[in-house]
Ligand binder design. Sequence first.
Ligand SMILES: NC(=O)c1ccc[n+]([C@@H]2O[C@H](COP(=O)([O-])OP(=O)(O)OC[C@H]3O[C@@H](n4cnc5c(N)ncnc54)[C@H](OP(=O)(O)O)[C@@H]3O)[C@@H](O)[C@H]2O)c1
Length: 246
Amino acid sequence: MGRSDLTQKAALEQKVQLVSNYKIMAEKSNMIISAVTPSSAVQAAELVGNDFKGIYVDLNSISPMQLLSVSNNLKTAKVVDGAIIGSIDQKINQVQIIASGEHAREFARLNYFGLNIKIVGAEIGHASAIKMLRSSYTKGLSALLWETFHAAYKLGIDEELLKTISITEGPQFESAAISRIKSTAFHASRRAEEMQQVKSFLSEIDNPLMVHCVEKTFKEIIRKLGKLDKKPPSTKFVFSLWENQF
Ligand SMILES: NC(=O)c1ccc[n+]([C@@H]2O[C@H](COP(=O)([O-])OP(=O)(O)OC[C@H]3O[C@@H](n4cnc5c(N)ncnc54)[C@H](OP(=O)(O)O)[C@@H]3O)[C@@H](O)[C@H]2O)c1
């Protein structure tokens, strides 16, 4: 189906049967889980098409409006709105997946196979709205940490600042902040894409200001660091890389 070597190899390692097109996949499947990239979510649904009658779970980080476009391409399917909360770099039963819509219960049956799916609403759009608002908060925090600790790194006071903020934010702050900065460097591209979804979602209900700066921050990180091939070892490594790109 035009997938990269990396993706085909990963699928084969998991003993996933590869097929040559979406139609064959739809014919063979009772349930399709779409976890592509946010910008490909609508196209993937379009390629599955209007003949699919099974359960179609969209797990991409997309806004409720985009989810509507996904649904419109799947007239006969039982569409479930789903969202992955947090990172998938942990054991599968620890990854929280939230789901909504009238068919969410059918998807949640996968809990018998070790998944951790929680139903959060009866309507399509509830799960993705929660995901968008969570992203607005967590990615906003990451962008703020990036800017703050980059300045602290340049002044040579980053370690002391971590300790100082921990006094009021609690002992978990230090490791959480370091982890956020390193993963921001590694996942900047996916996060910039996600912020576009968050921006269009928030713009429908409000007049957001912060989200524009957060998106700009991630785009700037991509421009200066490029795509890293693995998670960086430390925040000092990240910021020294960033400085050398000037
Ligand atoms: N990873 C996480 O921790 C995490 C957490 C929360 C939410 N999510 C969401 O889950 C989705 C997947 O995330 P990821 O981290 O796996 O992304 P990723 O590393 O960018 O991988 C995307 C995968 O989707 C495939 N793909 C792209 N377009 C496709 C299409 N039209 N049809 C079929 N496959 C397609 C890609 O194949 P190619 O290599 O051939 O392009 C690749 O295997 C995203 O929407 C993301 O927002 C991920």
